[in-house]
Ligand binder design. Structure first.
Ligand SMILES: Cc1ncc(COP(=O)(O)O)c(C=O)c1O
Length: 458
């Protein structure tokens, strides 16, 4: 770290409080200051180049230097730099984007509604669901079921949906009316000898028991990511989504698919809902919608959601919800161009093909003494590290080994993220097989570098 008083690092420590960072420790370690991006690479101010194996925050599908997105933004910025959709106003990029999203949706959808972030979109989903229940006269139907280790954001309601301790501790969360059911993680949570199908059956029974205990007439919706991302890239076991949806249909409970990570090609299909045959009533989109070049998110809602809401807004006089920047014209123009690029360049096909290569290469590391489980689909994967393969025990405190290996990985030219002891890989969708080879080789060297510390006796 450059410790000179006027260095970027020193000024960062002095003036900037970071997201998702140990604020005290940061004062000693300082930041990694990233200066520029190029394809799947980013470069820091010291000139070190890294493969961005997380696509930023699971988001930069088209890479870090896509001129067509810059041009789309510049063109729209010059023509109409801001407008909104309050009070029946509209603008061309938003109408085009709404049409595009509804038409490309994996199940019949009625309308698109625009927000700025995944968290705002999930908060909006909750508000729409409550509003709809009231519109239907089902005033008791307000509870939303999420899952332990699910991730849905950080605003008060979306952090409540999130099922991770760091998002609740000392924030006085979760709020009322948010319930959590089991994580679909077969490797970690299955009973001895329990098959994936049997495990899924048990989780569906857990869900049904929760619904019955709470009273089915009080449950409005279930929300889930097709693949859990920030909870550790948890790929659902065989039969999981089918069995969960059977329970939801039985009790007339809405299904929200949080496609904020899986949407736009990540799993090798345009949407994770296609990969897992999910039939949602609401789809939440963000991140790869614009490759995060600008913030934008969207909800797609079907008629069973839209129609009662339309009636209620007519009764009250307005749907009293909206964000100043929601559906910003420049962000919408960038999103449209980004989706066009994903389609033109068949980045979904690339995620399938190069993703298969990533998955195969990582699975070759399964016999490494520090590897507990390798999991993933398409261009999203995680490797869960253990100190003891048989007992699946961590090395000391949970996350210690993940942090150690992630540090070596960065020294070896790859930026990843450890969610506890799971190292995640979610590179830009433009990545090539050769770049995957470089990435996985760096990961293997990082595992080998950690080995002597974990098993000093050899
Ligand atoms: C599945 C999922 N939903 C919601 C969010 C929240 O999005 P944002 O950080 O834009 O609020 C995230 C962010 O990582 C996410 O992965």
């Amino acid at each position: 770290m450059d410790t000179r008083p006027n260095s970027a690092e020193a000024r960062d420590i002095r003036y900037h409080m970071h997201a998702y960072t140990n604020a005290r420790k940061h004062q000693e370690t300082g930041p990694l200051v990233i200066e520029k991006g190029d394809g799947v690479y980013v470069e820091d101010t010291a000139g070190n180049r890294y493969i961005e194996a997380m696509a930023g925050l699971w988001s930069v599908a088209v890479g870090f230097s896509e001129k067509r997105l810059v041009n789309a933004a510049t063109k729209q910025m010059s023509k109409l730099p801001f407008y909104h959709d309050f009070g029946s106003k509209a603008h061309a990029p938003l109408i085009d984007l709404a049409e595009k999203l509804v038409q490309m949706a994996p199940v019949p959808m009625s309308k698109a509604y625009f927000t700025n972030s995944g968290s705002e979109a999930n908060d909006t989903a909750i508000k729409m669901i409550w509003y709809r229940s009231n519109a239907l006269g089902e005033h008791a139907r307000k509870k939303i079921i999420s899952r332990t280790r699910g991730y849905h954001g950080v605003t008060i309601a979306s952090a409540s949906l999130t099922g991770l301790p760091n998002n609740h501790l000392s924030f006085d969360l979760p709020i009322a009316n948010i319930l959590h059911t089991s994580t679909p993680h077969h490797w970690r949570d299955a009973q001895p000898g329990e098959s994936e199908e049997q495990f899924s059956t048990r989780l569906a029974a857990d869900l049904e028991n929760l619904i019955l205990a709470e009273g089915p007439e009080t449950i409005a919706a279930f929300i889930g990511e097709p693949i859990m991302g920030a909870g550790g890239v948890i790929v659902p076991p065989a039969g999981y989504w089918e069995k969960i949806q059977t329970v939801l249909s039985k009790y007339g409970i809405l299904l929200v698919a949080d496609e904020v990570i899986c949407g736009f090609g990540r799993t090798g299909e345009m949407f994770g809902s296609q990969t897992f045959n999910i039939k949602p009533d609401i789809i939440v989109l963000s991140k790869q919608i614009s490759s995060s070049y600008l913030p934008i998110s969207a909800l797609l809602i079907n008629d069973s959601v839209f129609e009662p809401i339309a009636d209620e807004s007519d009764r009250i006089g307005t749907f009293g919800h909206g964000f100043t920047g929601g559906g910003h014209p420049v962000a919408a123009a960038v999103a449209l161009e980004n989706i066009k690029l994903i389609e033109e360049r068949d980045l979904v096909g690339n995620a399938r093909k190069v993703g298969a290569h990533l998955q195969a290469k990582l699975r070759r590391l399964a016999s490494h003494p520090l590897v507990g489980e390798v999991r993933g689909v398409g261009l999203i994967a995680a490797v869960e590290l253990v100190a003891d393969k048989a007992s699946k025990a961590p090395w000391g405190k949970p996350a210690a080994l993940g942090t150690l290996v992630n540090g070596f990985l960065q020294q070896n030219g790859v930026i990843s993220r450890n969610m506890g002891d799971a190292i995640a890989f979610c590179p830009p969708l433009i990545i090539t097989e050769a770049q995957i080879d470089t990435l996985v080789d760096a990961f293997e060297r990082s595992l080998d570098a950690a080995l002597p510390q974990v098993h000093p006796q050899g």
